[in-house]
Design a protein around this ligand. Sequence first.
Ligand SMILES: CC(C)(COP(=O)(O)OP(=O)(O)OC[C@H]1O[C@@H](n2cnc3c(N)ncnc32)[C@H](O)[C@@H]1OP(=O)(O)O)[C@@H](O)C(=O)NCCC(=O)NCCS
Length: 172
Amino acid sequence: MSKTKVVSESLTIMTEMIFPNDTNTLGNLMGGNLMRMMDVVGAICAQKHCNRIVVTASVDNVSFKQSVPLGSVVTLQAKVTRAFNSSMEVVIDVWAENIPAQQRVSTNKAFFTFVAVDQSGRPIDVPQAIPETAEEKEYYEGALRRRQLRLVLAGRLPASEASELKALFDIQ
Ligand SMILES: CC(C)(COP(=O)(O)OP(=O)(O)OC[C@H]1O[C@@H](n2cnc3c(N)ncnc32)[C@H](O)[C@@H]1OP(=O)(O)O)[C@@H](O)C(=O)NCCC(=O)NCCS
């Protein structure tokens, strides 16, 4: 398997129309249904990067900036920001479009972490992700800090070992 892959190789875009089954009683897309779509597009992107089975390890904070009415067309874009050992951080951007009105709004952005596993569910190493554009490089740079923060919050990393967070929280 290749030891590196450029970020653009695994870019994944999914487009869905919002039907009555997807909505809440106000006729807007249910948050949980949107999160399911985000999980699917993110997992496809992570699979494309590593050519392995992946599982969702964590989802960072998801905010719902804007309701998405019935009949909207939702576009989700997933990109690997950085790969570590077996884990990959994927950023997912979501836009909702009212095509007849020619309106398109950004509704969500979230970072998901996927872990590549073997047939027995054990973590397995993945290729490194090489950023090329200025935006990809910015995401790459911030990924270690976000990883440490989520691992501290998950109780998997002592705060004292979170080198990237020392400046943020003034940890001695
Ligand atoms: C994710 C999972 C494979 C990690 O297994 P583990 O035995 O804890 O393995 P490790 O401690 O070696 O961690 C493996 C990687 O997962 C990452 N990881 C584990 N928990 C994490 C979390 N909460 N957030 C982010 N990354 C996490 C580790 O940082 C590590 O990354 P690295 O290899 O790039 O350094 C395991 O916890 C699992 O299978 N969870 C269930 C996944 C699932 O079913 N998801 C769908 C939920 S419905």
